[in-house]
Ligand binder design. Structure first.
Ligand code: ADP
Ligand code: MG
Ligand code: ZN
Length: 626
């Protein structure tokens, strides 16, 4: 679904094959290949053997040719073909005439092939035209291969025009129905669709629509998909090209490609040009060393072309990127990509809709997308598509012909934590440690009011290296996180280690991932969310790239940075202490739940909560009041 397909020209026969065929035909005409002597396999023999066989009266046929003698002899009831070289032997003819033969008339049949004189034309072709042709073809092929390696299209060693045809997909099947959610984006794009349907309507009133729209958003949110859908909805040709395809070996080639693209597009107007991953060419032109001439020329050409063509003609340019902050300002000014369409990670409803869209393509019974959607907060459309596919694969593996909710749930875990690692041997004492660790997480989560409910606890090892995990699933969707939410989450993360400490009295390496996550959260609380008293609402860190992970850099002095570390540590310590207290106060639950988990390996949130409730309902509102 995701392939930016371009219609390809029909493949031509490889020129080498044609050449070889031609050569064979010529050699054949030229008599270099004996037109099948008898059709049997020909054995080599020396001249002496030939003479001996002739003398012994076993030879039936002899064909003498320039340089070669072919003969067949009777051998133990069968006829065998031989080949030998000619020798200047004046007595050969006499010998053949006199020799006996198994032929009916007792005589050897022999003749000489008359060497055919080539026609002068054929000679000319063979000596002049053919070698030239071979050289030409080799040159062309190496040229193409070279170019392919340089990641280029177009014509080797020609400048000014890239010569490459950029094929337009004139029958895009994707429509807005294939894109779930993203209603704001669809609204904006609908106007473009309408414009493409009827450019005249807009031209009449004197309005020109935005020439370009820039789709921005995290990877996998459907930018490429929705661009295709616009073409599918508008039923116009779709020129899709990736930004990196413009970046070529020689300065000027990329610019030529841009010119070609716009020329071809304006011939097919109304149509859509889609430049995917435009940051490959649209990066800010910076001063100083290490500038990239080719890229800048290409960008300049793109800017010029966008200014140059008539906005009323009906060529709309869409571009997609997940690094909008790196784009050159000139690209974003009015008259170029002046519309910005934000593609967001889907919310709960969006995730349900995306799952539904993709489940339409697989056979399934009534599946509960709700629980899956809730378990996948923060996942992109691409990840959800992958989860559905994993579920279908799992159904096949299990020998079923329909996807079930269980398949989907399992594939969520496969995508989050890796596949189950069945063969891994874990010693009983390690297993015990893991189950206390996981129950520690779950118990701390359960005892805090600001935590997502526990959905599942498992100690089945995963290929990602996790020996077990506790899955928490929020009831609804949370947009804002309070300080308590974050703090409790850190406490939950430290709960695993706390359980090891409190219950087992020793600590293990199993908490490394928890430590990483807890620290990241605590740091964000201090540096980005202004949740420490000391630094109030001061920004201490900026996020470098909003859509590509948490890549941050400090904006404070080194002194402050050292102090920030202390603040972060305090938060983690506080949370850790809280977790230890909660666990120490409920050791009965710990032991019972851990033993149960050790036995079952995977337990559901309800099973776990039943144990918790059994022990806590007596004590008056044991749950923390906040
Ligand atoms: P991007 O270009 O933003 O990185 P793509 O458009 O390539 O993402 O999306 C990848 C795949 O994810 C799509 O082919 C589609 O299967 C799925 N997908 C993403 N977003 C959606 C959505 N909103 N609705 C349905 N499928 C989606
Ligand atoms: Mg894309
Ligand atoms: Zn843990």
């Amino acid at each position: 679904m995701n392939q930016e397909k371009q219609s390809q020209p029909p493949r031509r026969m490889n020129p080498y094959v044609g050449l070889l065929l031609g050569l064979l035909i010529m050699l054949f005409l030229n008599g270099l290949i004996v037109p099948s002597f008898t059709g049997r396999q020909i054995k080599p023999a020396d001249y002496g053997t030939f003479i001996a066989k002739v003398d012994s009266g076993l030879v039936k046929n002899v064909v003498i040719e320039k340089g070669q003698i072919y003969f067949s002899a009777q051998e133990s009831g069968k006829e065998v073909d031989y080949q030998t070289g000619t020798i200047d032997d004046p007595e050969l003819v006499d010998r053949l005439l006199q020799a006996k033969s198994p032929n009916k008339d007792g005589k050897i049949v022999f003749n000489q092939v008359i060497p055919q004189e080539n026609s002068p034309l054929l000679n000319f072709v063979l000596t002049w035209v053919l070698p030239g042709l071979i050289f030409y073809l080799i040159w062309r092929q190496t040229g193409k291969a070279l170019q392919a390696r340089m990641g280029a299209g177009g014509n080797f060693m020609s400048f000014g025009k890239s010569g490459a045809k950029i094929y337009a997909d004139s029958d895009v099947k994707t429509t807005f129905a294939d894109v779930a959610g993203q209603d704001e984006a669809k609204d904006t794009l609908n106007e473009i669709v309408d414009f493409l349907h009827n450019p005249q309507k807009y031209a009449d009133i004197g309005a020109s629509l935005p020439k370009g729209a820039l789709l921005v958003g995290p990877p996998g949110t459907g930018k490429t998909l929705i661009a295709r859908a616009v073409a599918g909805e508008a039923k116009v040709p779709f020129f899709a090209i990736s930004g990196s395809e413009f970046v070529q070996m020689f300065v000027g080639m990329g610019a030529a490609k841009v010119r070609d693209l716009f020329q071809q597009a304006s011939e097919k107007a109304p149509c859509i040009i889609f430049i995917d991953e435009i940051d490959a060419i649209g990066k800010r032109r910076d001063t100083g060393l290490g500038g990239n001439d080719e890229r800048e020329q290409t960008l300049n050409q793109l800017l010029t072309e966008m200014d140059g063509f008539d906005g009323r003609k009906g060529v709309v340019i869409l571009a997609a990127t997940n690094r909008p902050e790196s784009l050159d300002k000139a690209l974003l000014r009015p008259g170029r990509f002046d519309r910005r369409i934000q593609m967001e990670l889907p919310d709960l409803e969006g995730r349900k809709a995306i799952l539904a869209v993709h489940l339409k393509h697989v056979k399934c019974d009534q599946v509960n997308t709700d629980v899956v959607a809730r378990a996948t907060a923060g996942s992109s459309g691409a990840e959800l598509a992958n989860i559905v596919n994993e579920a279908a694969l799992r159904a096949v593996r299990m020998g079923r012909d329909k996807v079930t909710t269980a398949d989907l749930e399992e594939s969520v875990e496969t995508v989050i934590a890796g596949a189950q690692k069945k063969g891994k041997v874990i010693s009983p004492s390690e297993k015990k440690t893991v189950s206390y660790h996981e129950i520690g997480h779950a118990l701390v989560a359960a005892l805090q009011s600001h935590s997502a409910p526990v959905h599942k606890i498992t100690i089945v090892p995963r290929t990602s290296g996790a020996l077990g995990y506790t899955m928490q699933v929020d009831k609804g969707e949370q947009v804002l996180m309070s300080r308590d939410d974050l703090f409790n989450r850190i406490a939950t993360l430290t709960g695993g280690r706390a359980a090891e400490e409190v219950v087992l009295g020793s600590i293990s390496t199993g908490a490394s991932n928890d430590i990483e996550q807890a620290t990241r959260l605590a740091r964000a609380m201090v540096t980005r969310y202004g949740m420490s008293q000391k630094y109030d609402m001061m920004e201490l860190e900026t996020v470098n790239n909003a859509y590509l992970g948490d890549d941050t850099s400090l904006t404070c002095s080194a002194e402050t940075a050292a102090d920030v570390d202390r603040e972060v540590l305090n938060i983690i310590k506080e949370a850790h202490q809280k977790a230890c207290q909660l666990i120490a106060g409920h050791l009965d639950i710990m032991h019972e739940a851990a033993a149960y988990l050790l036995d079952k390996e995977t337990i559901s949130g309800e099973e776990f909560m039943a144990i918790v409730d059994k022990h806590t309902t007596g004590d008056s509102k044991d749950k923390e009041q906040k």
